[in-house]
Design a protein around this ligand. Structure first.
Ligand code: LMR
Length: 391
């Protein structure tokens, strides 16, 4: 039986972690997988998470099962941050916990498919796992161009995709800090997208994995809120892995807006059934720690301060790159106006290989860099290396 399986390549992004770890060079630079790093190159546990975890150790009195929806205190505590005032929109939005943002995306697309969606529009390039998940559940992908060559959002392409969509289509949008390009729609563009979705009646899924890492928690929520206010039904996939730094704890949530409370109940009976069949229940620990933070004013303030520090550091790195102007054939200026952890450099796979082999610089084959891997100590080396391989 097992001889029927063919070998699969390791996930290219995750393989970079191992390749970087095995490189003995002291001055190697890891710009691969999307984790935040401090100016010293570390990915520490947030102080707010540490304190919340201590409280869990002291006060948690059971690890008994919760159910497929996970920790609803966590799910509900997040809602004002994502949806703003009136976070349930009068009882029309509800959520459940998922294993990371990946679990939320998986649940969202599987549920959309169950509801009759046959094809998903998505701006490309996108996070490679999006296409992988769609392939796994055999949902057709209809790609449109996400960014223009000068590093801005291709608003015409997304509006054309919406306009040309069929009745059984849906669209996946990145809420903020687009992965991999860092190119987000402006508030005005979100308004146009929301209006187009509403007038076409196209079902949106908004993947929000980096809230707070672009311009701020409120600012980064503009797109998702605008879309949810415009349409009668939508799904949101949310990740806390980055904005609470709990990557390996897998902390995510799935939210749905439905036309009314009855429909919402049916949506979640289906979501619970899908979750039960896939992972039964989400891991508890990270979500519980986030709940503890969000229910405590002091811990919330500590978390918000830590998030501000992360965002400001990434902004400083981006400004420094933009100031460098052109390195070899690469214009670094657009990186200054892009958001979040990622940007894509116009480099070939061969140049990516050269950067790795000759300079110890690790990035995705697509040319995506994690800007948080750059520090004031290694950024000049990085810029010089780009000039060297592309010049
Ligand atoms: C990334 O894109 O690097 C992150 O979202 C991590 C992952 O799971 O791919």
């Amino acid at each position: 039986m097992l001889e029927n399986l063919t070998s699969q390549p390791p996930d290219a992004l995750l393989a970079l972690i191992k390749m970087h770890a095995a490189d003995p060079r002291q001055d190697k630079i890891d710009l691969g997988v999307g984790v935040y790093r401090t100016g010293q190159g570390d990915t520490p546990v947030f102080a707010a998470i540490k304190q919340a975890e201590q409280r869990l150790v002291d006060q948690q009195d059971s690890k008994s099962y919760l159910g497929p929806e996970g920790d609803m205190g966590f799910v509900e505590a997040l809602m004002p941050y994502i949806f703003g005032d009136d976070p349930t929109r009068g009882g029309r939005i509800q959520g459940m916990q998922t294993p990371g943002g990946t679990g939320a995306v998986r649940l969202a697309v599987a549920l959309a498919q169950k509801a009759g969606v046959e094809r998903l529009h998505m701006g490309t390039p996108s996070w490679p796992n999006h296409a992988q998940i769609l392939g796994d559940i055999a949902l057709e992908l209809a790609p449109f161009n996400h960014a223009t060559e000068d590093g801005r959002a291709d608003i015409d392409a997304v509006l054309a995709a919406i306009d040309g969509a069929h009745e059984t289509d849906a669209i996946l949008l990145h809420g903020c800090c687009h992965n991999p390009t860092g190119v987000d729609y402006t508030d005005e563009e979100w308004d146009r997208i929301a209006e187009a979705l509403a007038s076409k009646g196209l079902f949106p899924i908004v993947d929000t994995a980096y809230q707070g890492l672009g311009h701020g928690l409120e600012e980064d929520a503009h797109g998702v809120r605008r879309v949810l206010d415009a349409v009668p039904e939508a799904f949101v996939a949310y990740s806390c892995d980055k904005n609470f730094g709990v990557y390996r704890d897998r902390v995510g949530a799935f939210y749905a807006k439905a036309k009314n409370a009855d429909e919402l109940e049916t949506v979640f009976s289906n979501a619970n059934a899908l979750a039960r069949a896939a992972w039964s229940m989400p891991p508890d620990h990270g979500g519980a720690a986030v709940r503890v933070i969000l229910r405590d004013a002091d811990l919330t303030k500590l978390w918000l301060d830590e998030l501000d520090t992360m965002r400001e550091r990434m902004r400083t790195v981006r400004e420094r790159l933009a100031e460098a102007g052109v390195a070899g054939s690469v214009d670094l200026v657009p990186l200054g106006r892009q958001n979040g952890l990622f940007s894509v450099l116009p480099v070939t796979p061969e140049q990516v290989k050269q950067l790795r082999e000759d300079h110890g610089i690790y990035m995705a084959g697509s040319g995506r860099i994690n800007v948080a891997g750059l520090t004031m100590t290694n950024i000049d080396k990085f810029i010089a290396a780009i000039a060297d391989v592309t010049g």
